[in-house]
Write a protein that binds this ligand. Structure first.
Ligand SMILES: Nc1nc2c(ncn2[C@@H]2O[C@H](COP(=O)(O)OP(=O)(O)OP(=O)(O)O)[C@@H](O)[C@H]2O)c(=O)[nH]1
Ligand SMILES: [Mg+2]
Length: 224
């Protein structure tokens, strides 16, 4: 176990360490407090005032963005999750306490919606990701079964050019075997090496089983 930790620490983009008791408790408390849906935004003009710390959840359609928001907030249906790709069609704002926003984004890379609708979401998504001054970190979710795809790299390139720090969160860890972890991590690390805006730690999560949820909570609580 110790040996694994040590070798894990030496390489680029290690998995985030488990939070210590204090930061775990800080994260738990933040997410045990008041969390509410604020509004769904369909145009940049509808964004709330950029007066607080904001983090967003981006990723391919169906990767598990809304489910992850429900898991970290401990609310079953705060964000609408669904097996139908393209479920989230607006930029959904949630207030986390009185000093933070959590933002659930529409997915990208989804081909089966009407072309004009997809183009509209994508344009809004790109405007948001490149033009939101208070956006402190974008969590870019990547399905553990699939790794980083070309369409993820396009979004990462956009974040690089807008200098928005992004952190990769692997989702649906319950869907892969432990023996597949190394191959997945190698693929992800190789791709991230080319992206200057990539935050140097990864988080592996399962919204279904709870893996990585306390870690993600304490990471968000630590963004000031
Ligand atoms: N097994 C497993 N399934 C998950 C997990 N997270 C999400 N899912 C499932 O994946 C599907 C998509 O989840 P969503 O949270 O709606 O995905 P999304 O990224 O918000 O999708 P869009 O809003 O369409 O972009 C749902 O059927 C979820 O139940 C997980 O950790 N484990
Ligand atoms: Mg969604």
């Amino acid at each position: 176990m110790m040996g694994w930790r040590v070798s894990e620490m030496k390489m680029a983009f290690p998995l985030a360490e488990e939070p210590d008791d204090i930061s775990r408790e800080t994260g738990r408390k933040l997410f045990a407090g008041e969390i509410d849906f604020l509004k769904g935004v369909v145009a940049m003009s509808g964004l709330p005032p950029d007066d607080r710390i904001e983090v967003c959840f981006a990723g391919r359609s169906n990767v598990g963005k809304s489910s992850l928001i429900n898991a970290i907030t401990g609310r079953k249906a705060l964000a609408r999750a669904s097996n139908t790709p393209g479920r989230t069609q607006e930029i959904n704002y949630f207030t986390l306490g009185d000093s933070r926003y959590l933002v659930d984004l529409p997915g990208y890379g989804y081909a089966n919606a009407p072309v004009d609708i997809v183009a509209k979401w994508q344009a809004l998504l790109r405007q948001y990701l490149s033009g939101r001054a208070s956006l402190r970190r974008a969590f870019v979710l990547v399905d553990s079964r699939h790794g980083i795809k070309a369409v993820d790299e396009e979004i990462m390139a956009l974040l690089d050019s807008s200098a928005v720090a992004f952190q990769v969160v692997l989702t649906k860890a319950d869907k892969i075997q432990p023996a597949q972890h190394d191959g997945l991590l190698e693929q992800v690390r190789g791709k991230l090496a080319k992206h200057p805006a990539a935050f140097p730690e990864l988080i592996m999560t399962s919204s279904d089983k709870g893996d990585g949820i306390p870690t993600l909570r304490s990471v968000i609580a630590g963004i000031v």
